[in-house]
Ligand binder design. Structure first.
Ligand SMILES: Cc1cc2nc3c(=O)[nH]c(=O)nc-3n(C[C@H](O)[C@H](O)[C@H](O)COP(=O)(O)OP(=O)(O)OC[C@H]3O[C@@H](n4cnc5c(N)ncnc54)[C@H](O)[C@@H]3O)c2cc1C
Length: 391
């Protein structure tokens, strides 16, 4: 009888894992992918939507179509994982598994900061870490008539380390195009000692210079403590306070709730082995944003689609071996390459090997028009995996 692999989550990690597993398992082995939504977008699309350059339907794919012929897609809410009976409870019933891959991503936890949820609800604050919030922020920016915009990273880690800096640059680009550029001050505040600290201080200096030249100030070492929506004021753990007209925030992130109930989470994330993506529970693997992939003592792989896809390959090979197949050795990689959109027709690249010793070897290539065209081509290639999408 064939084996069953269940993949929870149809983001970039879950889809990549299903593709690789299909090539490694026998035809009668079953791969089932479960997600509450049959619609996916790359994170970079949220920045393009916020800036007004794309509409949500232009940058969406449907996992049910993408996975056709590869895996069975079930649109359902995952309610509970029972490692003892090797079953997953979903809103559509119970799914037994021989191997389970958790690719459920990160959830946003605005309630972790006093006052933040209220500020987001009344539109004083916004973000582009989910589609509904991105659309709200876009409307808010369209009406913005000038003032002080604070871009605040609430907690580490969060999805896509460069994205808040790109958001600040795109907002600068937008207010200059629309008019209130001269009367708009933009300040990015991060708890890190330098922007993108995971990439090292040289990248931080380069990025700070780049932002300053575009009239964006950077403040480091400040952890958000609370938001006062009435006074339009944020306070930091150091006691510093800052007034704002619009707060653009990276909300705190944590592992998707279902990972927690299965007892897989330590701290906020699911720890996994770098070489295999195995969790501490036999028969369960985790990849992508939900996982904490530790490289060295103080270094964890950043949360980005590019890493989720590499981890999918590692996990798929290890799962195939676990199920008795002669899959190739997992190739342990943590090479990241991320577009850095700086404004209309201009994108750079931040890339590097996070396994390099003694520290990650990361470079920042300044934004160019060729970079922007390549970014658009890569997005188009990703969208093309859904042959049924009409754009
Ligand atoms: C503004 C922004 C820009 C970004 N830019 C880039 C970039 O340029 N390059 C890059 O590499 N990355 C980028 N990212 C990060 C990237 O989007 C994420 O790292 C990536 O999506 C993680 O993939 P994943 O498969 O681990 O999880 P996700 O993509 O989050 O997918 C998880 C899936 O699990 C599902 N799920 C969770 N819980 C349940 C449940 N209980 N029941 C059913 N389904 C469930 C969710 O619906 C979701 O579809 C960006 C992110 C943002 C927000």
């Amino acid at each position: 009888m064939g084996k069953t692999v269940v993949i929870l989550g149809a983001g970039p990690g879950g889809i990549a894992a299903a593709r690789t597993l299909r090539t490694l398992l026998a035809p009668d082995d079953r791969i089932t992918v479960v997600d509450r939504q049959d619609e996916q977008r790359l994170g970079v699309s949220l920045l393009l939507i916020m800036r007004g350059w794309r509409e949500p339907e232009q940058v969406a794919i449907r996992p049910s179509r993408v996975l056709h012929g590869i895996a069975e897609f079930q649109q359902a809410e995952v309610l509970h994982i029972d490692p003892d009976t090797r079953t997953v409870q979903t809103s559509r019933g119970s799914l037994p598994y021989d191997a389970l891959l958790l690719a459920t991503g990160a959830e946003l936890a605005p309630d972790a900061i006093p006052g933040l949820s209220g500020a987001l609800e009344n539109g004083i604050a916004g973000h582009c870490w989910s589609l509904p919030a991105t659309l709200q922020l876009r409307e808010r920016l369209r009406c913005f008539t000038g003032g002080r915009i604070l871009v605040v990273i609430a907690r580490l880690p969060y999805k896509c380390p460069p994205a808040p800096y790109e958001a600040a640059l795109l907002i600068r680009d937008l207010v200059e195009e629309r008019g209130p550029g001269q009367s708009t001050e933009i300040v990015v505040v991060t708890p890190e000692p330098s922007p993108l600290a995971v990439a090292g201080p040289a990248i931080g200096e380069q990025l700070t210079r780049f932002l300053t030249e575009r009239s964006i100030a950077v403040r480091t070492g400040e952890q958000l403590a609370a938001v006062d929506p009435r006074q339009r004021e944020v306070s930091f753990v150091t006691g510093t306070r800052e007034l704002f007209d619009l707060l653009v925030v990276v909300p705190p992130h944590s592992a998707a709730a279902v990972a927690r109930t299965a007892g897989l989470v330590e701290g906020d994330w699911v720890p996994v082995a770098l070489q295999t993506m195995r969790t501490k529970v036999e028969g369960i693997w985790a990849i992508g944003d939900v996982a904490a992939v530790r490289i060295r003592n103080n270094l964890v792989v950043p949360k980005a689609a590019v890493f989720a896809q590499q981890q999918a390959e590692i996990a798929a090979r290890d799962i195939a071996r676990f199920l008795g197949y002669a899959a190739p050795d997992p190739e342990v990689r943590a090479f990241g390459r991320c577009w850095f959109i700086a404004g209309r027709g201009s994108a750079g690249i931040i890339e590097g090997d996070f396994l390099a010793e003694p520290r990650p070897a990361v470079t920042f290539q300044s934004p160019t028009s060729e970079g922007f065209a390549q970014m658009e081509n890569e997005l188009a290639a990703w969208l093309a995996q859904d042959p049924g999408a009409s754009r």
